[in-house]
Ligand binder design. Structure first.
Ligand code: PLP
Length: 365
């Protein structure tokens, strides 16, 4: 049967998630695989999250609150905005899709770096918009080229800070210079999924002075530093008119009740967040030092992951590491044929990765 499929959808390359741990363990009959492929928190989440989830479990016969009142109030308090500047999503993935669907008419353009987090392109195409991808300059977002690519039918620009997959950042000065070139009616979506890990104080943090610029939509997630990836919850902070549009089209119960409870509890345990971020920083420093000692050149990173040139086919090496029970990411599909991306795990996981990498890396000629 030949279905009359959508032209824009047929050009979408499906998002390939990091290989799930359970799948690898099942396939290779191993018990303790190590996953350093999806930039998750290796420490799990706060014990307060466990308590909150268990307390709320018995009310899961009820629909969740359509607007998570307490969580929005907490976020509003932390970032000094009003609750109606906040929209929650089923992960920040959901917010990316809502922005594309809420703002793009067929044929409208959305600019983004190339490569980028794949959900920007997928969401723009499913909304029948046209993604315009601007190649990186080295390992950095090419802000001047993005600004130069704006045309009369550009409705939004996606910026990721820190950048996934290279770990580079956009500084305050660079951002302000860029924003000055963007028309007043173009949304600037700043995806800050990894902002909690940044150590460089020159970073442009859009929530340091939120809502100063009505074009900026900040996306944050509970999936990374807070360790709630499996619950699926992220938040956006934006002008209320933008928030109204997202609220008009979102599913009324897009964030499930356990995710709401988990995020509220996670937000209250800032000590766990600090401990997680410290552990990740130590992991990044360890990986950087060990990879350098092996004669490799890991890229400097401001995130919880780093990219390293392994000077051989990255996908072939990825499969060799898989067989040793270590899941990382080959960056070949991102155009970096000889680079792996690995996130910081626990000290034991980091050591397991280094040992496995030493075992599978071809000897240098
Ligand atoms: C840059 C970036 N944005 C957004 C997301 C999506 O996160 P969430 O789990 O909140 O949907 C990710 C996840 O890997 C990401 O890397």
């Amino acid at each position: 049967m030949q279905f009359k499929t959508s032209r824009s959808i047929s050009t979408i390359t499906p998002y390939e998630p990091g290989k799930p741990l359970k799948e690898l363990e099942r396939e290779n009959k191993i018990q303790s695989a190590v996953k350093l492929a999806s930039n998750e928190n290796p420490l799990g989440f706060s014990p307060q999250v466990t308590r909150a989830v268990l307390e709320n479990l018995s009310s899961m016969n009820r629909y969740p609150e359509p607007v998570a009142h307490d969580l929005c109030a907490n976020l509003a308090d932390i970032f000094q905005v009003a609750p109606d500047n906040i929209v929650l999503g089923n992960g920040s993935d959901d917010l990316i899709a809502l922005l594309a669907h809420g703002f793009l008419d067929p044929g409208d353009k959305a600019l983004m770096p190339l490569p980028s987090f794949l959900m920007y392109e997928i969401s723009v195409k499913t909304a029948k918009g046209v993604p315009i991808m601007v190649p990186l300059s080295g390992f950095d977002t090419n802000l001047s080229q993005i600004a130069a690519s704006v045309s009369s039918d550009t409705k939004m620009v996606f910026i990721t800070n820190p950048f996934n997959p290279t770990g580079s950042i956009i500084t305050r000065d660079a951002f302000h210079e860029f924003a000055a070139k963007i028309p007043s009616d173009v949304l600037i979506v700043v995806d800050e999924a990894y902002m909690e890990f940044v150590r460089d104080t020159n970073v442009f943090n859009s929530l340091a002075r939120p809502l100063q610029d009505p074009r900026i939509v900040t996306l944050r997630t509970f999936s990374k530093a807070y360790g709630l990836a499996g619950f699926r919850i992220g938040y956006g902070i934006m002008d209320r008119e933008v928030a109204k549009i997202l609220n008009r089209i979102r599913q009324p119960f897009n964030v499930n009740g356990l995710a709401q409870a988990a995020a509220s509890a996670a937000l209250k345990d800032q000590a766990f967040l600090r401990h997680s971020v410290d552990t990740i920083h130590q992991g990044i420093d360890f990986l950087t030092q060990k990879l350098s000692a092996m004669g490799l050149e890991p890229l400097p990173t401001q995130s919880n992951f780093l990219m390293v040139d392994v000077r051989t086919d990255a996908t072939a090496l990825f499969y060799k590491l898989l067989r040793k029970g270590v899941i990382v990411r080959s960056m070949k599909s991102y155009g970096f044929d000889t680079f792996l991306r690995v996130n910081a795990g626990t000290p034991e996981e980091n050591q397991t990765f280094i040992t496995a990498l030493k075992a599978v890396l071809p000897p240098t000629p």
